[in-house]
Design a protein around this ligand. Sequence first.
Ligand SMILES: CCCCCCCC/C=C\CC(=O)SCCNC(=O)CCNC(=O)[C@H](O)C(C)(C)COP(=O)(O)OP(=O)(O)OC[C@H]1O[C@@H](n2cnc3c(N)ncnc32)[C@H](O)[C@@H]1OP(=O)(O)O
Length: 243
Amino acid sequence: MKMRNPPVNSLSLEFLTELLISLEKLENDKTFRGIIITSDCPGIFSAGLDLLEMYGRDPAHCAEYWKAVQELWLRVYLSNLVVIGAINGISPAGGCLLSLSCDYRVLANNPKYAIGLNETLLGIIAPFWFKDVLVNTIGHRAAERALQLGFLFPPSDALQVGIVDQVVPEDQVQSTARSVMAQWLAIPDHARQLTKNLVRKPTADRLLQQRDADIQNFVRFISRDSIQKSLHVYLEKLKQKKG
Ligand SMILES: CCCCCCCC/C=C\CC(=O)SCCNC(=O)CCNC(=O)[C@H](O)C(C)(C)COP(=O)(O)OP(=O)(O)OC[C@H]1O[C@@H](n2cnc3c(N)ncnc32)[C@H](O)[C@@H]1OP(=O)(O)O
């Protein structure tokens, strides 16, 4: 699955919906046993959630957006398919969550391709389920530091902390992802799927048990004047960077 939402593969409502429909089709087609998620945008895996879906929007829109974010996460995280991330670009925040939701992550060795949950740098907070997935992946202490400081790990640090499983030269990302897929597909599906569910269900259940409250929390938080101001400042910074 090659993500294509130029210029930066931001996860807009429309793009999230497209991803969800594609995933659902693949899940329902029993000839598919695994997917490799990668990007068609040079140098960018995904710029994360679309800031324009959260800035200057009314509560109903924010609620609809957050529901779609939850839905995509649940679908990828609990997928019966083997999901491999071939991460061929930078993946901050929501882009990192998408990567973390894969069963295995291969990152291209380019110092620009940083990965991490950098929400605090934007003046916002990673929701508890983003945090849970990071803690599950890199452990409590490393996650505590990474989340508070909004670390974006370059490849060597990403491998060291365990936020990715493998770092390979850029031209070998896709072939490595395919080899890893072959290894995972050698395991009988039912045994692998049940085991995946055993490991991941408690984390997913924490959100499933309070989806509506999580949406309400998000809407309340994102609608605050101070948060809207932080988003405005961040968006301006992105514009100014262009000169
Ligand atoms: C109680 C519960 C509370 C819950 C709180 C909220 C939780 C929210 C959780 C997750 C948040 C996120 O995922 S926020 C998004 C985080 N993403 C980032 O910080 C990345 C921002 N982007 C960049 O750093 C760069 O754009 C890039 C490195 C990805 C690419 O750089 P490049 O130089 O190639 O491109 P530009 O910077 O010029 O960008 C081009 C164009 O795209 C716009 N853009 C970039 N990122 C986003 C985005 N995430 N959403 C929307 N739009 C984005 C950028 O502004 C440029 O637009 P213009 O061409 O119009 O200027």
